[in-house]
Design a protein around this ligand. Structure first.
Ligand SMILES: Cc1cc2nc3c(=O)[nH]c(=O)nc-3n(C[C@H](O)[C@H](O)[C@H](O)COP(=O)(O)O)c2cc1C
Length: 212
């Protein structure tokens, strides 16, 4: 039974966070989810999902899930005294989805501006699973260097680059491809319809190696 942290920062792609929360909250393998939403993360959620999310109220969880949750707790990003800010608190994995270039930069520099950056810093120092899902295009040299820096410190860079080999028929199917990749790296079982099972047809343009 895993204890996980999900952080949402102010990059485009709030739907990735909403779908991940939906699956993690429903998973019997997950005992507890700490949700942290930055101020700009809340802004982007309101912009992209049209939900009344503030980043500071537990009602955000209900807005994102469409129902209350006893498993997912909203922690204000300013609360750097929360349990997940300490390495003594057992947290099995943390995902920042989507991860802005701003938050990536703070984490790469080791600066704990808020609870998201502090909790990420803790995951790295405790050698625990930290997954960053950056969303920006194109990347400049600073973005690329920061990603290499955090990867070398132990984070997993899992960019918001969904695959197409499961032939998605909707945006949700496309988004879920990425969400299931995140869940796989968290060690949480997920639906398997997006898992590459080998070629179904020799027709079309599917590449020989579409396993990533
Ligand atoms: C609507 C909107 C979309 C944005 N999209 C991105 C994005 O895709 N990637 C990114 O790195 N920053 C994006 N930004 C800029 C970040 O929100 C900004 O750098 C912010 O300071 C990040 O702070 P945070 O990491 O604490 O959330 C966006 C901002 C807004 C308002």
């Amino acid at each position: 039974m895993k204890h996980l942290t999900v952080a949402v920062t102010g990059a485009s792609g709030a739907l990735y966070a909403q779908r991940l929360l939906y699956y993690l909250d429903a998973s019997p393998e997950v005992a507890r989810i700490h949700l942290v939403i930055s101020a700009l993360g809340a802004t982007v959620i309101r912009e992209e999902l049209l939900l009344p999310v503030t980043g500071v109220r537990q009602s955000d969880v209900e807005s994102l899930l469409g129902r209350p949750s006893a498993k997912t707790t909203l922690l204000p990003a300013k609360d750097v005294g929360a349990a997940i800010a300490s390495g003594s608190y057992p947290c099995d994995g943390m995902v920042i989805v989507p991860c802005s270039m701003g938050s990536l930069g703070y984490i790469a520099a080791g600066i704990a501006r808020d609870l998201i950056h502090r909790a990420a810093d803790v995951m790295l120092k405790e050698r625990r699973t930290l997954i960053l899902v950056p969303r920006e295009t194109p990347f400049n040299a600073i973005h690329l260097e920061n990603m290499l820096r955090v990867e070398r410190a132990g984070a997993l860079i899992l960019p918001a680059c969904p695959g197409f080999y499961h032939r998605p028929q909707s945006i949700l199917e496309l988004v879920d491809h990425l969400v299931f990749r995140i869940m796989a790296h968290l060690g949480v079982p997920h639906p398997t319809e997006t898992v590459w099972q080998g070629r179904r047809s020799s027709a079309g343009t599917a590449p020989d190696d579409a396993t990533n």
